[in-house]
Design a protein around this ligand. Structure first.
Ligand code: GLN
Length: 228
């Protein structure tokens, strides 16, 4: 089995573990202290409250280890607050706000959807380039809970899903028509909604596949074959 850790300091970690238990070949573990990061093939940073999560992580001395984990190139998936953790830039946070991990060349706006509506759901078309989404319905349920939005993406970032803003939403975003809500960049996956709160495991299957590819790529490199 591949081993996926879910940061379990705060937020919706149990729901992620429950989903991964439905994906064949995956063992999912709760990560509560820095030692738990050892031996993981991939990590999920769940939704919750990013400032609180960061404070707890800081108190437990986990920020440097999380940064090392991120820099080491193992796959990480951030959902909602986890997306804020991964983003290189976040706006809308308090002065002296949470320590961010960074690595994802995106600018996110915290609580983008929270100002108007605290939580809502939307059916979005599936990202066709992700293999697990070729099975099953051609759209997926996206649940937004005081969710951040991705306002800018760098050249290394692949946009997977966008959310079209309503006319009322456009009125408060200077006429902007859509925001990005799911991206992939090398070994990082980030979603501003909560797939773990739906019945659909295809985002979890997608991440498991990224982890498997990462392991296969490492083996190829170790065998002296070029991975390029
Ligand atoms: N608004 C939260 C934050 O800024 C994120 C919400 C969530 O993860 N559901 O951390």
């Amino acid at each position: 089995d591949i081993v996926i850790g879910v940061l379990a300091l705060q937020g919706a970690f149990r729901e992620h573990i429950a989903h991964f238990s439905k994906v064949p070949g995956v063992t999912a573990l709760e990560v509560r202290k820095k030692e738990d990061l050892e031996g993981l093939d991939g990590l999920v940073i769940p939704g919750g409250e990013s400032t609180t999560m960061a404070l707890i992580a800081e108190r437990w001395g986990m920020i440097p280890e999380l940064r090392t984990f991120a820099k080491g190139g193992r796959p990480i998936w951030g959902t909602c607050a986890g997306l804020i953790f991964l983003a290189d830039k976040a706006s809308g946070q308090k002065e002296g706000g949470q320590a961010l991990l960074g690595g994802l060349d995106c600018k996110v706006q915290r609580n983008f959807f929270g100002a108007q509506i605290n939580s809502f759901e939307s059916q979005l078309p599936v990202p066709k380039q992700l293999e697990p989404f070729q099975r099953g319905p051609q759209d997926y349920r996206a649940m937004f809970i005081r969710a951040p939005a991705i306002m800018e993406t760098g050249p290394s970032v692949e946009v997977l899903s966008e959310y079209r803003l309503s006319p009322e939403e456009q009125a408060v975003t200077e006429g902007r028509e859509s925001v990005v809500v799911a991206v992939r960049s090398k070994q990082l996956l980030a979603t501003s909604f909560h797939p773990e709160l739906t019945e659909d495991s295809r985002w979890h299957e997608t991440f498991a596949e990224m982890v498997r590819r990462h392991i296969a790529g490492n083996k190829a490199t170790a065998n002296g074959r070029s991975s390029s």
